[in-house]
Design a protein around this ligand. Structure first.
Ligand SMILES: [Zn+2]
Length: 312
């Protein structure tokens, strides 16, 4: 619980499924105020919900927030303040300027992987290690990377640097990515790609397989020592080791924080992936699972409010 008149910011995490809003102190202690399904029908409802939270906090704490930070699951245009949601039934939503005008406070918008690495740097493993060169990589429906290099968030020309799910990986299999191109990392190692890759793996290895509808079923079968699922995940681990090695080469980090339900629920699998990295590359940085339980993007969203120099 925040103390009255203690400095705080409003953190917003807009996912394809859930909308989360929290008030967060300068020391990144948070109180979750909203957890609900992301509005699907009326996109303006997102802005109205955020404004209601801001008004409620102002009234209760007798202090305006220092700013509003938004993490959005998908491509963004941070300068124009627009989010282009890939998993919601509208093409774009203008967030920053309408909110800034009506709330009368600074508003920042970042893609969730960019926000995630800031969350890890200021509230997670990066804070413990005190490193200025680190990555956050999430294995979720897709695969994305957020990077801090020499103390600064890497944004790129359009604010979307780090879409590493779309790098080519080395494998004899030819799976189609969610973007339509064959051979991308995400086509083999994401929640989207794993069930599709499993079908091709069984076909090419002349192995009959039971239908799987999601990645969790494959992991459950491997845990039950199903030899096909185990052989398949060994192949996936090789591809992930290749992908991680490419990311290490690109950014030269001293720390990588791994997140996403696939890895969070199966830490043993990350160990297998890491054991395969050595043949590709001699330097392997510290690679750890996130300890923030999926809250890194939410907490990172308000870093531009409290630490503006980190995103310049
Ligand atoms: Zn792709």
């Amino acid at each position: 619980m925040l103390k009255t008149r203690e400095e705080y910011a409003i953190a917003v995490d807009i996912g394809g499924t859930n909308l989360r809003i929290a008030k967060v102190t300068r020391s990144y202690e948070y109180e979750l105020l909203v957890l609900q399904k992301t509005p699907q029908e009326d996109k303006s409802e997102i802005i109205e919900i955020i404004l209601r939270v801001v008004e409620q906090c102002k009234k209760e704490l007798r202090l305006a927030p220092s700013g509003i930070g938004i993490s959005a699951a998908g491509p963004v245009d941070p300068k124009a303040g627009i989010f282009f949601p890939p998993n919601l039934p509208y093409d774009e939503i203008s967030l920053v300027f309408p909110l800034q005008d009506r709330a009368g406070t600074l508003v920042s918008l970042l893609n969730d992987c960019r926000a995630g690495v800031l969350g890890e740097r200021y509230a997670g493993a990066g804070l413990i290690k005190q490193t200025d060169n680190m990555l956050y990589i999430t294995f979720s429906t897709g695969i994305g990377v957020g990077a801090i290099c020499n103390g600064h968030l890497v944004l790129g020309s359009r604010g979307n640097a780090g879409e590493m799910g779309h790098i080519p990986v080395r494998t004899r299999y030819t799976c189609r990515c969610s973007c339509g191109v064959f051979g991308h990392f995400e086509a083999y190692a994401s929640g989207f790609g794993l069930p599709r890759f499993f079908v091709q793996f069984c076909e090419q290895n002349s192995t009959p397989h039971a239908f799987v509808s999601n990645a969790k079923e494959i992991f459950d079968r491997a845990i039950q020592r199903d030899p096909i699922a185990m052989k398949f995940l060994d192949e996936v681990a090789s591809i992930i080791a290749y992908g991680l090695s490419t990311v290490v080469v690109a950014y030269d980090p001293s720390l990588i924080v791994v997140e996403g339900p696939i890895m969070r629920e199966n830490p043993w699998f990350l160990e297998i992936c890491l054991s395969k990295m050595e043949p590709y590359f001699t330097y392997v940085p510290d690679i750890v699972l996130s300890s923030l339980n999926g809250y890194a993007p939410l907490l990172g969203s308000i870093v531009p409010v409290f630490e503006p120099s980190s995103v310049i």
